[in-house]
Write a protein that binds this ligand. Structure first.
Ligand SMILES: CC(C)(COP(=O)(O)OP(=O)(O)OC[C@H]1O[C@@H](n2cnc3c(N)ncnc32)[C@H](O)[C@@H]1OP(=O)(O)O)[C@@H](O)C(=O)NCCC(=O)NCCS
Length: 192
């Protein structure tokens, strides 16, 4: 009984919803810094990028979990819907940037995010969702119903953290981000 009450309470405290502009003030960017290197972003640049992503409508969804007690963003993930010619002009959902705040891991919030993103991709007509992850996160994605398939083959064009993407004209193989990424073994997952 106790468990049921506390899990219902947690359901109410931690609800998944779409990203809003005001989430920057609630720690959204700080949370992304737990996932990978992510510089601080000015309010102006954040708004510009938010509006740019919004132009994709339901084809690019970023979701968050807000802790309704503290008002802090404690989870996020995104899915991008790719339209293809193969598979009868089918669609594939690409899941990216999944992270749960270290203070609330192990409460099924990661699973909730993956469920939300997968449901969205299904409703959008995707025949599958796929993602890349480190070997360390493989058990988590398996618990979410994913299966390992194939390998990832990245070819970086630029230093990800230059101030402008327009400046990405040459390769910078020895940057901190590359060292960070190559220090992690990455695998590709598909959801059946
Ligand atoms: C990976 C991450 C998102 C998992 O979030 P979480 O909220 O702690 O995970 P959940 O509580 O939803 O776990 C769901 C299930 O996976 C299992 N699981 C989660 N992480 C695991 C791990 N590292 N190893 C083994 N099992 C794991 C849980 O035990 C749970 O199992 P259950 O269904 O039997 O109860 C979180 O650890 C995180 O943000 N890590 C840092 C960022 C990151 O690496 N993101 C992934 C990028 S690909």
């Amino acid at each position: 009984m106790q468990t049921t009450n506390s899990s219902t309470e947690e359901e109410e405290i931690f609800q998944v919803r779409k990203l809003e502009i005001s989430d920057k003030k609630k720690g959204f960017v700080d949370l992304l810094q737990q996932l990978t290197l992510c510089d601080s972003i000015s309010d102006e640049v954040f708004e510009e990028q938010f509006n740019e992503i919004a132009k994709c409508g339901d084809n690019h969804l970023i979701c968050v979990i807000e802790d309704n007690n503290s008002g802090k963003i404690v989870g996020t993930g995104s899915v991008f819907i790719e339209k293809k010619f193969i598979r009868n002009c089918g669609k594939v959902g690409h899941i990216e940037d999944v992270v749960v705040d270290s203070s609330v891991r192990g409460k099924q919030l990661g699973k909730k995010i993956i469920g939300f993103l997968s449901d969205h991709a299904r409703k959008m007509g995707c025949y599958k969702v796929i993602l890349d992850c480190s070997v360390e996160n493989r058990p988590f994605y398996e618990r979410c119903g994913f299966k390992q398939k194939e390998i990832q083959m990245p070819h970086r064009f630029c230093h990800l953290y230059k101030s402008s993407p327009k400046a990405c004209t040459e390769e910078h193989p020895k940057t901190s981000i590359n060292q960070y990424m190559f220090s992690k073994r990455i695998i590709t997952f598909g959801y059946k």
